[in-house]
Every structure is written in C-alpha cells, then in structure tokens.
Design a protein around this ligand. Structure first.
Ligand SMILES: C[S@@+](CC[C@H](N)C(=O)[O-])C[C@H]1O[C@@H](n2cnc3c(N)ncnc32)[C@H](O)[C@@H]1O
Length: 312
C-alpha cells in the first residue's frame, strides 16, 4: 500500500466515525505531495497516521486545519522525523479494565496480574478504579469512573484482590514522567476529551504506586517474568489491543507459551489477530474485539472498553 493510500484508508476506515478532524486531515495528507515525500524519508513502519498525528500534537502543532498542519510539519520536519523514529503508537486505555473485570472477579483470589504490552501499566490497576455498568456501580476512591454498557451477563459483584502486578512491554512508558504522559495524551484523538480526562485520573492512580514494568518481548521474556509471580496467587496473563502489532509467527509463539503457563490467560484482541471458530455476528458494524478466557471467546468488546456484549 502506498503512503497516500494508507492515509486514505485510515481516514475512511478508522477515523471516519470517531474523529472527523483526523478523517479530514488524513484525506488532505494523502494528497499532499510535499508531506508524502518527507514521510517517505523515514522507514515504512514509521509513516503510520496515528504516529505522525500524535507526534505533531506532541510538538504543539495544529491538527484541526490541514493547511496549518502542513506548514507546521514541514517547518519542523527534523523534530517531527526524530520523534517518528523515537516513539511508538502505544495508547494506554484504562477503560479496558471494565472489560477484564467480569472475568477477573470470577477467578480464584488473590490474583497475580501480568500484562503483556502494558504500555505505562494503567491496565494493572483494575482493583483501584471505579466502574459503572448501567446503574450498577463498583469501587470507591479518587480513581476514574470506567463506564461500560454491559449486555448478556450480570455485572461483576466484587473487585478483584490483587497481590502482585507486573507489566512487559517493548517500550514501557513511565507514568511518573510528564513527557511519557504527554505522549499518551497526544495519542488520544482530538475529539476524545473524556479519554484524556480518564488518562490523567488513571495515571494519578498508577503514579501513586508505580507498576513494575519490564522492557522485553512478549514471546521471549514472558516465562521468566511469569516465574516471579508469588505462589498462593492465581497468575493471570492478559493483554488488550497488542497482538495486531506483533508479526504472525511471533503471535503464534506467544500463544503457545501462554497456554503452557499455570494460571489463566485473558485476551482482548481483534478477531483478525486471534481467530476463533463460530463467533456470533458482532452487535453492529463498528469495530469490535473479542474477550477470551483461556482461548475460549466470551464477548464482543468495543475498543476503549465502552461496551461489551456477552455471547449467548
Ligand atoms: C496499542 S498499545 C496497548 C497498550 C495497553 N495494552 C492498553 O490496552 O492500553 C500496544 C502495546 O504493546 C506493546 N508491544 C507491541 N509489541 C510488543 C511485543 N512484541 N512485546 C511486548 N510489547 C509489545 C507496545 O509497545 C504498546 O505499548
């Protein structure tokens, strides 16, 4: 796919329903010969729309006016290119904990949580956030309220008890470093103000007790980290929106490894990257992932944790 086609595809398939600002901008970038030529000076994986848009926002550039975006990106290209090479797309969405909670609450407690592709580790605090499933509320404290429209199963009755938490990521981010939090903020699409507020609130929860995040690869380094989980707790290895970034043969190696570990495995991934037999049709035409426990698909989920539909 050419770089121009990639931006058109992103505008039509990803941004169209969620971000009119990004849809308009990416359509303009696809026709911007000067910007396309600059983008082609960086390696192909570094030309992705989410990365460029996040980098320009990180550097303080405008995204709501394509002409102003062009002028900023061209004028600041050395800084833009340096960030394209240094940064990766690694949105950290605490809202996905609302998808994990119905499963975590059913497992033998206490839990030892190991998140692969943890980013800044905001997914490691499902016991410290508050939740609203319709009119059912759970949790107390100052953390963000994670709202999830849940259908097909009762909402969880309790929070999990977590005695150990660890994360693994190729590029772990530090919630106590303002520059890393600024990068997470820049990755959130312009119209998603509620997600920006949620990021700040979840980052404050994590920064008060920073997670143990390990730099490493999910296939190469998982067994060593899993072996550190304390005896007497149920090991839960989980990941959300990670495997689309992992080449197919590495994904297969990872899933073989995780199945062989003691404990449980929770995946929240696109059905294009973990395939399941006989899935029901998704609730509507919007993007959905599949929540699965130990390889068994349980529910359709919306990407940021805003809704889940349990299979009958
Ligand atoms: C889109 S982010 C999702 C982060 C987090 N799971 C969440 O739900 O917010 C994907 C994360 O996976 C990490 N990642 C990608 N490939 C990886 C690999 N082979 N091993 C470990 N982490 C990886 C990226 O660095 C990034 O932080």
């Amino acid at each position: 796919m050419t770089t121009a086609a990639r931006y058109v595809d992103f505008a039509r398939r990803e941004a169209h329903s969620e971000s009119p600002v990004y849809a308009r901008l990416c359509t303009a970038i696809a026709a911007d010969e000067q910007l396309l030529a600059l983008l082609e000076s960086v390696p192909e994986p570094r030309r992705q729309p989410n990365l460029l848009l996040g980098v320009v926002r990180l550097l303080g550039g405008p995204v709501d006016d394509p002409a102003a975006f062009h002028d900023f990106a061209v004028a600041h290209w050395p800084a833009v290119a340096a960030q394209l090479l240094a940064r990766a797309t690694q949105t950290n969405e605490a809202g996905r904990c609302a998808l994990l909670l119905p499963v975590l609450a059913t497992l033998p407690q206490p839990l030892a949580l190991l998140e692969v592709g943890a980013s800044a580790g905001l997914g490691l605090y499902p016991d410290r956030y508050r939740y609203r499933y319709g009119d059912h509320e759970l949790g107390t404290g100052a953390g963000p309220v994670l709202e999830c429209a849940l259908t097909g199963t009762p909402p969880p009755a309790r929070l999990p008890r977590v005695v150990w938490r660890a994360g693994l990521d190729l590029h772990p981010l530090d919630v106590t470093d303002p520059a890393d939090v600024a990068w997470l903020d820049a990755l959130i699409w312009p119209e998603h103000r509620h997600r920006r507020d949620r990021l700040r609130a979840a980052a404050a929860v994590a920064a008060a007790d920073p997670p143990a995040l390990h730099r490493g690869d999910l296939a190469d380094d998982l067994p060593r980290l899993a072996a550190q989980a304390p005896a007497g707790a149920t090991l839960v290895v989980f990941h959300a929106s990670v495997l689309y970034q992992v080449p197919a043969e590495r994904r297969a190696r990872f899933t073989d490894l995780v199945r062989a570990l003691p404990g449980h495995w929770i995946a929240v991934e696109s059905p294009d990257v973990i395939r399941y037999e006989g899935l029901p049709a998704p609730p509507d035409g919007t993007q959905h992932n599949v929540l699965a426990l130990d390889g068994r698909p349980l529910a359709w989920t919306r990407p940021h944790g805003q809704a889940m539909t349990w299979f009958a």
